[in-house]
Design a protein around this ligand. Structure first.
Ligand code: NIG
Ligand code: FE
Length: 397
């Protein structure tokens, strides 16, 4: 299939979106067979074609950090925070992550899937074709496995690729009375072993923070991930500087995520490790944080920056990557080019994927076609979705 009369944002190169104004793209067997200027089309092509009237094609979007599988909601905590309580105070009072754990343990797989699909459908409607989903609201072996099975099940009922991440080290459940080391050895590591044996784990994550786990607490988990050959990532430096980024870099992590309190030294460490900085502006916005992640340091040290929704019921109740892009530009002064690279090319790297996130021959034909003239419009408008069509593995959706 030839798509002609299009503008292409190939996302190749480091600026200007890899823009090709009078472009064309050929899809064959689910992959991009050819991409370039229409005047250079291979002369021997004689398959079907479609004129896209000058619309913009970008790589399909990738949401590389979500918690879409969870029970219940936390609108009560939204109200508590508006009355003056902080996110940490709510967590210490038995709310926060632990309250979602109760609701997630009670929910059946069917209920969890149905709940997750509300957010998945909103994301797909904005051109997403790949989605990362974390566990971490189970905090016992059975519920962690249940969450990961539901995460994988999303791909059997929707046209989307799922990467599932084990986040057993998200919080210490009440029954362990803050005995973190025992929780890691008795629940986290056995749950990881069982989930890996079922083929449910693509990466291992943790929450490195004063209200969660220290680098020392996480060490045995990361060592186990290494032994299993699984890549790691880490929620790091979200609410304070706690050493997570440096640890993530030491383990060659795919990514370190949040990073509001990361330092220049952390940026250097990520650059050296080749890890992606995953920026989550909707969590910053929701918690009314004031410490902005060190975007300039990431830029100057050449750390690739991805952007994700962090869609979760507590700190980031958002199901829009387009709004996330807008927030990254307005709140963090990222450029529209960086925002689009953050939800395509660099989001792919944050998931260890090298077959998507750019328009280049050989890549999967996961495409988003937009009714806009220029790619900067994607980050510029607020609450408006210009998606015209999505292609998943070469098939129009
Ligand atoms: O990415 N930071 C830790 N984990 C989630 C929050 C989860 C929650 O509040 O339920 C996050 O922001
Ligand atoms: Fe998160």
């Amino acid at each position: 299939m030839l798509l002609r009369n299009v503008t292409l944002a190939t996302m190749q190169g480091d600026q200007s979106y890899g823009l090709v104004p009078s472009g064309a793209l050929i899809i064959d067997a689910g992959h991009i067979a050819w991409v370039g200027e229409e005047k250079d089309l291979p002369p021997n092509y004689n398959g079907p074609e479609e004129d896209l009237s000058g619309r913009l094609i970008t790589p399909a979007l990738i949401d590389c950090h979500t918690h879409v599988v969870h029970g219940g909601n936390r609108s009560n905590e939204f109200e508590m925070r508006l009355m003056g309580a902080s996110y940490q105070e709510v967590a210490r009072a038995g709310g926060g992550i632990v309250s979602t754990v109760t609701a997630t343990r009670e929910a059946s797989e069917e209920m969890l899937l149905k709940g997750a699909l509300r957010f998945v459908d909103a994301l797909l409607a904005e051109g997403v074709c790949t989605l990362e989903v974390k566990s971490g609201y189970g905090l016992d072996i059975d519920t962690e496995l249940k969450m990961l099975r539901v995460a994988k099940a999303i791909a059997s009922v929707r046209d989307v690729r799922i990467k599932s991440t084990f986040l057993g080290a998200h919080a210490v459940p009440a029954e362990f009375h803050e005995n973190t080391a025992t929780y890691v050895s008795q629940v986290c590591i056995p749950a990881l072993n069982a989930a890996h044996a079922e083929g449910l784990v693509d990466a291992v994550d943790g929450f490195c923070e004063g209200i969660a786990f220290s680098p020392a607490d996480l060490k045995p988990l990361f060592e186990r991930a290494m032994a299993l050959g699984l890549p790691v990532k880490l929620h790091a430096e979200q609410l304070s500087h706690f050493g997570g980024t440096e640890m993530a870099a030491r383990y060659g992590a795919l990514s370190a995520d949040h990073l509001e309190y990361a330092t220049e030294a952390d940026a250097k460490a990520l650059a050296q490790a080749g890890s992606v900085a995953v920026i989550l502006p909707a969590a910053f916005y929701t918690l009314r944080e004031t410490q902005v992640p060190p975007i300039k340091a990431f830029r100057s040290h050449g750390v690739p920056m991805a952007l994700a929704t962090d869609c979760n019921p507590g700190s980031s109740p958002i199901a829009s990557l387009l709004l996330t892009m807008n927030m990254a530009c307005t709140l963090f002064r990222m450029t529209p080019h960086e925002a689009l690279a953050g939800v395509t090319r660099h989001a792919a790297s944050a998931l260890g994927l090298f077959d998507c996130g750019m328009l280049a021959s050989g890549m999967r034909a996961d495409l988003a076609v937009w009714d806009v003239e220029h790619p900067a419009e994607l980050a510029y408008r607020i609450g408006y979705n210009p998606l015209w069509r999505r292609f998943f593995g070469g098939r129009a959706k």
